[in-house]
Design a protein around this ligand. Structure first.
Ligand SMILES: *[C@@H]1O[C@H](CO)[C@@H](O)[C@H](O)[C@H]1NC(C)=O
Ligand SMILES: *[C@@H]1O[C@H](CO)[C@@H](O)[C@H](O)[C@H]1NC(C)=O
Ligand SMILES: *[C@@H]1O[C@H](CO)[C@@H](O)[C@H](O)[C@H]1NC(C)=O
Ligand SMILES: *[C@@H]1O[C@H](CO)[C@@H](O)[C@H](O)[C@H]1NC(C)=O
Ligand SMILES: *[C@@H]1O[C@H](CO)[C@@H](O)[C@H](O)[C@H]1NC(C)=O
Ligand SMILES: *[C@@H]1O[C@H](CO)[C@@H](O)[C@H](O)[C@H]1NC(C)=O
Ligand SMILES: *[C@@H]1O[C@H](CO)[C@@H](O)[C@H](O)[C@H]1NC(C)=O
Ligand SMILES: [Zn+2]
Length: 506
C-alpha cells in the first residue's frame, strides 16, 4: 500500500511535474521555503541548538528508531495515568536508556517523599520500640518510644509493631497495607480511587502524616536521607536540592533536637555520602514552611531562614512555601515578611512553588507573578504559566526556569494526558525549564527517569532527540543554586559521565 502510493507519486513527479499541476490549475507553497520554516521551528525547541558529536549522532539515530516504535504503540504510555503506564514505561527500551543516562540534578524533590514506602515499612517499622495506631479515617500513625506514648485523638490505642506482627496471621498483608498508607500508588483504577483534586490531596496529606512519626525519629532521619541519596544516585542523578521542612527530630526518651541539628544532619549525611561516592556531587537544602500558617509564624520562619543562610552557607540554598496552593495562602499575603531578607541585606534566595493550579484568575493564580516580583530563582511547577503572558515573558527574559514535574501534575489531577501538558508548549519554545519528580515515593516513580520519559516521549514525541535530553540535563546544573565555580565542577563531572554513557550505548 505504502509502496504503491510512493510509486504513483514518483511516476507523477517524473513525468508531469509542472504540466500536471498547471493543467489542473494547482500550485503549492515553495518547498524550500517550507523546509526553512520547519528548520526554524525545530531550532527554537529545547535542544534545538545542541550540536551533536558524530558519536552522539549515532546514538541519536538509535534513539530515533526507538521513538518511532514507541509512537506506534496503541497503549501510548504518556496518554495513560502513570499508575497504569508504569509497567509499560519500565519495559520500554527508551526507559532503559534514560535510566542509564546521567540526568544531572533533581532540583524539585521533597524531604519526606524521597525514599520508597517499601523501605520505610520493611526496614524502619521493624526496628525496636516502634509503636503504631490506626486512625478512625483508615490511616496510621507511628511513634518510637521507650514506653507507650500518650494516646492520640481519633486514633486507636498504640500497639508495638513487634507485638502486632506476632499476633497477625498474615504479616505480608499487614506490611502491604502499611505501605499503601504511605503512598498514593494503587493497583485499582486511579480515576475511581481519586475522583477529584480534593480526594487525591486528602490522601496525599494523610500519606505524609503516616510517614511523619517514622522519619522524624532522629536515628531514622539520618538513615532516611542516606537512603534517599542512594536511590537518586542509583537513578544516575549527581546532585539534589531538597525542599525540607527541617522539623524537630526526637529520641526514644521523647527529647528533641532543634532545626539546626536537622540542618547539620543533612550536611553531615551528605558529606559522608560524597566521601563514599566521590562521583556524587552533593545536596543542598531549600527550607520550606507550610503556606497554611499565619503571618506571625511565617515571619519567624523567614527570620530563621535568614539565620540558617548565614550559619550554613554551603548547605542552605534558600526558602520556599509548601502545601496545596489552592487552599493555602497566596504569596502576596506574606509580602511583608518576604521583604525582610532584602531589607536586612541577607542573600537568602527564593524557590517558590507557584502556578500549581487551574483556578484561573484567583488570588492564588497570581503567585507566579509575585514569585517573579520577589526575584525567585526558579518557579516550582508554573503549570499555569501559559495563561499569564507577562509572567511568562518575565520568566524567560530573566532566565527564571520552571521546575516541571509531569507525573506529579498528572497524579494530582491538573492534566490527564501528558501530551497536553503546558510544558510541551514551553519545551517547543525553548523556555528555560528543568524536569523533576516532586514526590517520587508518593507516586511510585523513580528519582528522575520516569519523569524524563514522560517529558521526552510525551512532550516532544518525534521532535525530541538526544539534544533535548542533553540540554535538559545541562539545564539542571545551570539552574541549580550552586555558585559558578561549583557549577563548573558539577558540569565537568556530568560531562565525563555523559561521554561514557554515549560511547557505552552506541
Ligand atoms: C499472605 O497473603 C498473601 C495474599 O495477600 C498470600 O500470597 C500469602 O501466601 C499469605 N501468606 C501467608 C503466610 O499466609
Ligand atoms: C492503612 O492501614 C490500615 C491497617 O493495616 C488499613 O486498614 C487501611 O486500609 C490502610 N489505609 C490505606 C489508605 O491504605
Ligand atoms: C535498615 O537500613 C539500615 C541503614 O539505613 C541498615 O544498616 C540496616 O541493615 C537495614 N535493616 C534492614 C532490616 O534492612
Ligand atoms: C498563629 O498560629 C499559632 C499556631 O497555630 C498560634 O499559636 C498563634 O496564636 C497564631 N498567631 C496569631 C497572631 O494569630
Ligand atoms: C552570602 O552572604 C554572605 C555574607 O553575608 C557571604 O559570605 C556569602 O558568600 C554570600 N553567598 C553568596 C552565594 O553570595
Ligand atoms: C528584585 O531585584 C531587583 C533588581 O535587582 C531589585 O530592584 C528589587 O528590589 C528586588 N526585589 C526584592 C523584593 O528583593
Ligand atoms: C542501537 O542499535 C543497534 C543496531 O540496531 C542495536 O543493536 C543496539 O541494541 C541499539 N542500542 C540501544 C541502546 O538500543
Ligand atoms: Zn513540590
Amino acid at each position: 500500500m505504502e509502496l504503491q502510493r510512493r510509486s504513483v507519486a514518483v511516476t507523477c513527479a517524473a513525468t508531469c511535474v509542472l504540466s500536471c499541476f498547471l493543467a489542473l490549475g494547482m500550485s503549492y507553497p515553495d518547498p524550500t521555503q517550507r523546509e526553512k520554516l520547519i528548520k526554524l521551528e525545530a531550532s527554537t525547541r529545547i535542544g534545538g541548538h545542541v550540536e551533536l558529536s558524530p558519536e552522539e549522532q549515532l546514538l541519536d539515530a538509535n534513539l530515533s528508531k526507538l521513538m518511532h516504535e514507541e509512537m506506534a504503540r496503541e497503549d501510548f504510555p504518556p496518554a495513560l495515568h502513570f499508575f497504569k503506564a508504569r509497567p509499560l514505561i519500565r519495559s520500554s527500551p527508551i526507559y532503559g536508556l534514560l535510566q542509564k543516562m546521567p540526568k544531572g540534578a533533581a532540583l524539585h524533590v521533597h524531604d519526606f517523599a524521597m525514599v520508597d514506602a517499601e523501605w520505610l515499612v520493611r526496614n524502619v517499622t521493624y526496628r525496636p520500640h516502634c509503636y503504631v495506631c490506626f486512625t478512625y479515617d483508615r490511616s496510621v500513625r507511628f511513634y518510637f518510644s521507650s514506653w507507650p506514648p500518650k494516646p492520640l485523638p481519633h486514633c486507636s490505642p498504640w500497639a508495638l509493631m513487634e507485638q502486632l506482627r506476632a499476633a497477625t496471621a498474615n504479616v505480608t498483608d499487614l506490611d502491604n497495607s502499611l505501605i499503601a498508607n504511605m503512598t498514593l500508588w494503587t493497583q485499582e483504577d486511579p480515576e475511581v480511587v481519586y475522583p477529584s483534586q480534593d480526594v487525591v490531596w486528602k490522601s496525599f496529606e494523610q500519606a505524609f502524616m503516616a510517614t511523619w512519626g517514622l522519619v522524624t525519629h532522629a536515628p531514622v532521619f539520618r538513615d532516611y536521607f542516606h537512603e534517599g541519596l542512594s536511590q537518586l544516585y542509583r537513578d544516575n542523578i549527581l546532585y539534589v536540592e531538597v525542599r525540607a521542612l527541617l522539623p524537630e527530630t526526637y529520641e526514644l526518651d521523647g527529647s528533641t533536637h532543634t532545626r539546626e541539628w536537622t540542618m547539620k544532619a543533612y550536611q553531615d549525611t551528605t558529606r559522608q555520602f560524597v566521601e563514599d561516592n566521590p562521583d556524587f556531587f552533593g545536596a543542598r537544602i531549600i527550607f520550606t514552611v507550610n503556606r497554611g500558617i499565619n503571618r506571625s509564624l511565617f515571619t519567624t520562619a523567614v527570620q530563621e531562614a535568614i539565620k540558617l543562610q548565614a550559619d550554613f552557607p554551603e548547605t542552605m540554598a534558600g526558602f520556599d512555601l509548601v502545601g496545596r496552593e489552592d487552599t493555602g495562602r497566596p504569596l502576596w499575603y506574606f509580602r511583608e515578611a518576604l521583604s525582610l531578607p532584602a531589607a536586612q541585606g541577607s542573600n537568602l534566595s527564593y524557590f517558590f512553588h507557584a502556578g500549581e493550579t487551574d483556578l484561573q484568575g484567583t488570588e492564588v493564580d497570581q503567585n507566579m507573578m509575585d514569585a517573579l516580583l520577589f526575584n525567585t530563582s526558579r518557579i516550582g511547577h508554573g503549570f499555569a504559566l501559559l495563561r499569564h503572558p507577562v509572567a511568562k515573558r518575565l520568566s524567560r527574559m530573566n532566565g527564571v526556569p520552571l521546575e516541571v514535574c509531569p507525573i506529579s501534575n498528572q497524579v494530582l489531577k491538573l492534566v490527564k494526558d501528558l501530551r497536553n501538558h503546558p510544558a510541551a508548549v514551553l519545551m517547543s519554545e525553548g523556555h528555560p525549564l528543568v524536569i523533576s519528580s516532586d514526590d517520587p515515593s508518593m507516586f511510585g516513580s523513580s528519582g528522575l527517569s520516569d519523569d524524563f520519559y514522560e517529558a521526552f516521549v510525551g512532550f516532544g514525541g518525534l521532535s525530541s532527540n538526544l539534544g533535548s535530553l542533553k540540554e535538559l540535563a545541562m539545564n539542571s546544573i545551570r539552574y541549580s543554586s550552586l555558585p559558578p565555580n561549583l557549577q563548573e565542577k558539577a558540569m565537568a563531572l556530568w560531562q565525563t559521565k555523559w561521554n561514557k554513557f554515549v560511547t557505552e550505548n552506541l
